[in-house]
Design a protein around this ligand. Sequence first.
Ligand SMILES: [Mg+2]
Length: 195
Amino acid sequence: MREKQIIVCDIDDVLSKFNESWIELYNKKANDDLCIEQITEWKIINFVKEEWKSKIFTDEIIYSPNFYFNVPLKEYAKEFVEWTDQYFDLLLVSAPLFENKFNNTTLSDKAEWIKVNFPNYDIRKFIPCYFKSYLKSYIRMDDRPKNFVGEAEHKILLDRPWNHDDCEENEYIKNFGLIRKNNLLEVKDYLQNLL
Ligand SMILES: [Mg+2]
């Protein structure tokens, strides 16, 4: 019998301000004024200028030097990880991006980012994984409804503009029994009641 229950916790836009950073850099390079509230679907590509659609997954933005490493934490993320890791087996899971012609990856940047931002977290519990449905857990936390495929008793969706009404994700939003939380403090309250 395990002493602690497992939480599979996404990183981007759950613990970090990933899309905010992405949009900030895109706006600067593309001379656009996109804001986070406008991203009402998962596919960010639907909201960028036509000439930028082919570039946002390249070294212009996501693979530009140190991009990932400089993504800021969300409010309360540091305290949340410290607290949660004491009472649960917290597995940080994130998709390393490999799919680009430069054959780059965000994997090493992500691992380094975790080590710097959560110095007490055991990096050996970091799981780079795109197909999160392979992972069974007691609790799962994510901002993408589709990522809740697979087994979890408590499916906690972090509220973001892109997870309210997206025709490709609505089936998951409506039928997966997702528990929507606005921020990490609300998640902590929820988790505390499970102890
Ligand atoms: Mg995410």
